[in-house]
Design a protein around this ligand. Sequence first.
Ligand code: AMP
Length: 302
Amino acid sequence: MSNLFVWYYLTFIYSFVALNHLMLLLKTINHYKEWYQNLEDKNSIGFVPTMGALHKGHYSLIEKSVNENKVTIVSIFVNPTQFNNPIDLKNYPSCLERDLDFLRSSGTTAIFAPSVSEMYPNGTENLLNIDLLHIDKVMEGKFRPGHFNGVVTVVNNLFEIVKPNNAYFGEKDFQQYMVIKRLCELKFPKINIIPSETIREDDGLAFSSRNALLKNETRIKAKLLFNTLQNAADLFKKMSADELNKWVEKTINSVDGFHFEYFEIFDEQNLLPLSNSTKQARAFIAVYVDGIRLIDNFKFKP
Ligand code: AMP
């Protein structure tokens, strides 16, 4: 009996030390650089950039990175320059301690969680401007002016600091994934950008850090976003683009507290209108649900 107790005790102590020992928290660029210099194998670094308030969607990217790389770095940084609305930034959930707990058994090697002044030592005015072609002229680019300048700036800086071989992005933010691919084409040709499919709650609502801001009754109705996308993909062959857009707008706006922002169908290769060469299409939607802005997209055969 006493041997068993000792065995349990030692196992508990070992796993506690190992879990805490293996996952590093690095808060400054210098600490990251120091750690990176001592890293023996610099050819297998997977990177998952996040803004924290982690959920199962983030976890799926991390799992993929852990499976495909020797080392996985997760960054947690609420990037102020990608918020075009100061209230949205102020309300964005932030919970580092909870996130660290969430990551403890994920296989993450290190978390990079810098402050705003660490990432923007010269202020947030001068952002990176690269030619994103037409990718930032539609949807999020159109409705959130400056959003992708902020995204490109922070991801560019994170890539320069972290120096990953593979970086993981969710299809939940499909347009962002396209923007990052373009950034890499121009500036980081050696980094592989790996997409990961959208993880959804049981009723179809895509996991999002913003879901935590929804009131209970609104949360129940929020599944309408995904249902509408699926129905629109079915109706696509029966209606003109204009009719379909009006149908989506009416369906969304008929729900109390919902406010339609956009609905689009594009060729997923280039975010251009569908053409004869389109193999895969995607429907995209943005809706304010009781003031909380949610986006989603759905892949379908045209
Ligand atoms: P965020 O913290 O919202 O900036 O997201 C960090 C990364 O997680 C981005 O690449 C997102 O596309 C991805 N992500 C967010 N939600 C989901 C989800 N439900 N499924 C898969 N990936 C997601």
